[in-house]
Design a protein around this ligand. Structure first.
Ligand SMILES: [Zn+2]
Length: 638
């Protein structure tokens, strides 16, 4: 998902399974225990419960087993331990008492009895329905589920995750099929045995399973293989439109041309089309866990809004998985992560994803510009940028991921995704300007994600490494360039990549395509750039931006607007009132419920609807459109 310094230009490559182990191995007094078995019985997944049994080699004496807490793709301590149930430990058929650590809820302490050389753990994991907030327990329903191994796994204290070997197996409901990047050792009926795997790679390898799945190979000319694995609650939803498959195949070719390396044995886009799991895009070395609403591929608005999902998560295989900031490359799942470079891990991924979305035809260049305009306008109206720097949004990611939408302008959110897009766009335009358009961020990618190819590996980096790589592409004071933008508490968004790229951000009453799609999909209305308001379809205020007309009139989040200029509230009524404000000297009059109290508010505003767009600066070099151009001849991938 979807956060610095120190001179360390010579980077070390760690094979996952060995990576990150060196400092920790000195800590381990004894070699890691032999293979741990984990057997997951998912036959009750339709009842929303998973059963798991684990067998640990063990020595008599105290033993601490951890439930994974810090999840790499979440950058947060959000392992869903609250839905763990039915925990028992035993040895030789005899129950072993256990204690949950009173300071660390993710640690279980027990005593292995004399004479025992292994213990067994059994546990259940309770699946949830999707809620309004992030809940990683919402990963299954009647006809499908996605197995995230961390939900059902424990591991012994004392060794890096990469040094622990697991023998995983899975039993599915009768007739269910599955897809995963994990190599399969054997299968008998509905029971699957996977090849032995390092614990960190097991956690990194979800399995999608269900009654209805379909596999689409993507661009077989490119090796290693890539495939789209579709899972849904209903058979009809498995049909992916041919034109979209064509775009996904182009995506594989464009990524191949941009990154020029592969750090996976094969790659699976694990796409779940369901309203019964949490919406999600989660990156892994050899797969991505992409969950979107069931109608998404069929609805133009939903499809446009999700066009960047695959390009973003696929990019993470290089940026985030292969190249990972030091502070996020922890040896196990209990050590806190530091998000200071998430503006690279997530922000650069978002930027490169935007380029690949356009280059693979998932959006047109005009749509890509509309998206940049929406991003720039949203961030230029972020009230919180006066107190919270972009750098702080990255440092505070583990808090901000779980903050609600209300007050997001004043509090800020995980802005290191969209605002870093603007910064990297600025970097790209600046490189092009410095080199007379002979070099670009494409060259940065060639250098930063360079080979070797092969199995999943992690190569860590620091802020200095990013600066050094940029200087290798185009010598410049990149340190100051980046720090100035990251640490700013100025009122305006960094839109130099738009202006330096030959375009200008303007506002008019023509709807922005992405804002209109978002409004249509959510049923609400976004007035960020006019009266500074975002409302749901029932009039409930999601956000009102301090300093802008609606907030200054007394409107704030959680109020429910019930009337507009004396008429019952509707999104259209409010849009009409904002539009008519231009030719109307009277304020916009709103009635709103504040809990059970009726209030009246008058918005002094007369500029009409204002939606952001980019317009060309005639005569200036068009670096922005240059960045959106395909690197592969159309059709060459077939
Ligand atoms: Zn991400």
């Amino acid at each position: 998902m979807t956060i610095q310094s120190g001179i360390r230009f010579s980077l070390t490559i760690f094979v996952i399974g060995v990576c990150l182990a060196l400092s920790a191995s000195a800590r381990a007094k004894t070699p890691p225990p032999g293979p741990i078995t984990i057997s997951v019985d998912a036959t009750d997944a339709p009842r929303r419960v998973l059963h798991a049994k684990l067998q640990f080699p063990a020595q008599p004496g105290p033993l601490t087993l951890y439930y994974p807490k810090w999840m790499p793709a979440d950058h947060s301590p959000d392992g869903p331990i609250w839905n763990l149930a039915g925990l028992h430990f035993s040895s030789g058929g005899k129950e072993i008492p256990w204690q949950q650590d009173d300071a660390d809820m993710y640690a279980f302490n027990l005593d292995v009895p004399a004479g025992a050389n292994s213990i067994e753990a059994s546990l259940d994991f309770l699946l949830s329905p999707p809620g309004p907030t992030i809940d990683f327990s919402a990963s299954g329903a009647a006809k499908l589920f996605i197995l995230m191994w961390n939900q059902v796994a424990l591991y012994p204290k004392g060794w890096p995750a990469a040094e622990l070997t697991y023998n995983p197996s899975l039993t599915l409901p009768n007739g269910w099929k599955f897809n995963t990047a994990l190599p399969v050792a054997s299968q008998s009926g509905n029971s699957i045995t996977f090849s032995p795997v390092a614990f960190d790679l097991l956690i990194d390898s979800p399995v999608q399973a269900g009654e209805f799945t379909r596999v689409y190979p993507l661009n077989p000319a490119i090796k290693p293989p890539h495939e789209l694995d579709v899972l849904s609650d209903d058979a009809w939803a498995l049909d992916v439109p041919p034109a979209l498959l064509e775009n996904y195949s182009r995506l594989v070719a464009e990524a191949d041309a941009l990154y020029r390396s592969h750090h996976y044995r094969d790659y699976h886009f694990l796409l779940t089309l369901s309203d019964n799991t949490m919406g999600l895009g989660q990156e892994h070395h050899e797969s991505s866990d992409d969950r979107i609403r069931q109608h998404t591929l069929l609805d133009p608005n939903a499809r446009l809004l999700e066009a960047g999902l695959f390009p973003h998560e696929f990019t993470h295989s290089w940026n985030g998985q292969f190249r990972r900031p030091e502070g996020l490359a922890t040896p196990d799942f209990q050590q806190p992560m530091k998000g200071e470079l998430l503006w690279v891990y997530e922000g650069l991924t978002e930027f490169l994803g935007e380029l690949l979305t356009a280059r693979s035809g998932l959006v047109t260049p005009a749509q890509a510009r509309e998206h940049f305009a929406e991003t720039a306008a949203m961030l230029d109206h972020r009230a919180g940028r006066r107190w919270r720097s972009l750098q702080n949004t990255a440092n505070a990611a583990q808090i901000l991921y779980f903050s609600v939408s209300e007050w997001s302008s004043y509090r800020r959110s995980v802005d290191f995704y969209p605002e870093a897009v603007l910064i990297w766009l600025d970097v790209d335009a600046t490189i092009r300007k410095l080199t007379n358009d002979s070099r670009s961020m494409d060259d940065f990618c060639h250098a930063f994600y360079a080979k070797p190819d092969g199995e999943p590996v992690i190569k860590t980096y620091t802020f200095d490494d990013v600066v050094a790589t940029l200087n290798g592409i185009a010598p410049y004071d990149w340190r100051s360039f980046l720090r100035e933008r990251l640490d700013s508490t100025g009122p305006h968004a960094p839109i130099g990549g738009i202006t330096g790229g030959g375009w200008q951000l303007v506002y008019n009453d023509e709807p922005n395509e992405f804002i209109a799609a978002g409004d249509a999909e959510a049923g609400g209305a976004d007035f960020t750039s006019s009266i500074g308001l975002h409302v749901k379809g029932d009039g409930t205020v999601i956000d009102a931006i301090p300093g802008m007309p609606a907030f200054e009139a007394g409107i704030s989040p959680y109020l429910k607007i019930v009337a507009v200029n004396g008429r019952q509230f509707s999104v259209d009524e409010l849009k009409r009132a904002v539009h008519d404000s231009k030719s109307n000297s009277a304020p916009i009059k709103l009635s709103a419920l504040n809990a059970n109290t009726l209030e009246s508010h008058e918005i002094q505003y007369h500029d009409g609807n204002r939606y952001p767009h980019l317009v060309r600066v005639e005569g200036a070099p068009d670096y922005l459109d240059e960045a959106l151009k395909s690197l592969t001849p159309a059709g060459a991938h077939q």
